[in-house]
Design a protein around this ligand. Structure first.
Ligand code: FPP
Length: 250
């Protein structure tokens, strides 16, 4: 079982986000339908959630369905939606028992009413849980998120509830669907793209790409990604010397 030393445990990423790519290729390599790859991908999701919860990671954000994924063949879109609905129903009691707080991020109006109801049920049930915060992005796009935040603030300004001059990065951050910056962004499947995921929130994240296809992503793979993160010096625009002074408490 994967574990970190006490010293490393203090520096684990608080927020891990994952672009789970490669389900289709995983299935095609085995002569199976792409849908089978998504089904296997759902098992990798469960392992990853369990491992993050055990390691004490604060937040895990998963890109399950992007606003662009509607362009896929209708049969694949339907299969993915069914899989998400099924997984949510089956896993909700288990997630709740483990103190996990679930949120679904995205423009949910476009989803089937039955899926919207399941999402509300899961979110309400787990709302007060204090364990891992699990965000599942469905019909989500980073550009959409930024636009919806702009609209929210513009409405307040129009109605006289907000002074234009008060809009700064912090206020804008809170208008987004997720106000927590990502520490570690993982992408499986080898592509080096952000694919419109958490654009604002990833401004200073460390980016780890692995050639592993998502269904093959396991506990060891997550460990390797975190190990990479632990080896990075996060400078946030400062120099290496400044960072060393800060960590020495000067
Ligand atoms: C990208 O692989 C993956 C997706 C579009 C779907 C991700 C969904 C899951 C892992 C299913 C379950 C999710 C939850 C939260 C239970 P791809 O199809 O683009 O792969 P390819 O690049 O090999 O074609």
């Amino acid at each position: 079982m994967v574990s970190f030393s006490d010293k490393d445990a203090a520096y684990l990423p608080r927020h891990i986000a994952i672009i789970m790519d490669g389900n289709g290729r995983w299935a095609q390599k085995r002569g199976m339908l792409r849908v089978k790859g998504h089904q296997e991908g759902a098992n990798a999701v469960i392992t990853t959630i369990e491992t993050c919860a055990r390691l004490g990671i604060k937040t895990l954000s998963l890109f399950a369905f992007s606003s662009e994924n509607w362009k896929r063949p209708p049969s694949e879109v339907n299969a993915l939606m069914q899989l998400l609905a099924k997984a949510l129903k089956k896993q909700t009691p288990i997630l709740h028992q483990n103190g996990i707080k679930v949120r679904v991020l995205g423009d949910l109006k476009a989803l089937k009413p039955s899926l919207q109801e399941s999402i509300s049920y899961t979110q309400n049930l787990t709302e007060n849980n204090l364990g891992l915060k699990l965000n599942i992005a469905i019909n989500y796009g980073g550009k959409w998120d930024i636009v919806q935040a702009c609209k929210k603030l513009a409405l307040k300004v129009r109605d006289g509830d907000l002074d234009l001059e008060r809009i700064d990065e912090e206020l804008f951050n809170h208008a987004l669907v997720l106000d927590e910056g990502v520490d570690l962004l993982i992408r499986t499947g080898g592509e080096r793209r952000i694919s419109n995921f958490l654009l604002w929130q990833c401004a200073y994240s460390e980016f780890y790409v692995t050639d592993l296809l998502w269904p093959d992503f396991n506990e060891q793979a997550l460990f390797d990604a975190i190990d990479y993160y632990l080896s990075r010096e996060r400078r946030f625009g400062m120099t290496s010397e400044q960072i060393k002074e800060i960590s020495n408490g000067n």
